[in-house]
Design a protein. Structure first.
Length: 142
């Protein structure tokens, strides 16, 4: 069964489990589709490779109380099979709304608990969930 196609302007909502706080992930972030040869009721569609908006590809600061001196990390998404189509004629896979999927915030520089001596955050992976939010209610693919 198909689902709604994700396109430019739809949103990615990521929720990282507390106590971790990643300020850049708190509001939903708009998607940017590179499928410019196929439009879904107007905007370009999102293809595999577009699953993370460009501004979330770079390392991001985080804290995880009591580790309140910010550290850095990167976002990783693990899409479910219902979040993409079979290959299209041009060999590209189209992103679909699908179900909620797994997100992980991978720590590259640990946050620090300010004490003497300072204590680094021992958890290098912060689990979470993610979902696509779409305004597309007409164009579906499977």
């Amino acid at each position: 069964m198909g689902d709604f196609i994700i396109r430019t302007g739809d949103m990615l909502k990521v929720t990282i489990a507390p106590p971790a706080i990643v300020p850049m992930l708190i509001p939903p972030v708009p998607m940017l589709g590179t499928g410019t040869t196929v439009l879904a009721a107007g905007p370009p569609i999102c293809l595999m490779g577009d699953q993370i908006p460009p501004e979330l590809l770079e390392p991001m600061p985080y804290t995880a109380p009591p580790f309140v001196t910010p550290g850095m990390g990167t976002l990783q998404l693990i899409l479910m099979p219902n979040n993409w189509t079979i290959k299209t004629l041009n060999g590209k896979v189209i992103l679909l709304k699908g179900a909620m999927f797994e997100a992980m915030f991978n720590v590259t520089v640990p946050a620090i608990q300010p004490s003497v001596p300072p204590v680094p955050d021992p958890l290098v992976v912060k689990p979470g969930t993610a979902e696509y939010i779409t305004t597309n209610v007409t164009v579906m693919a499977g």
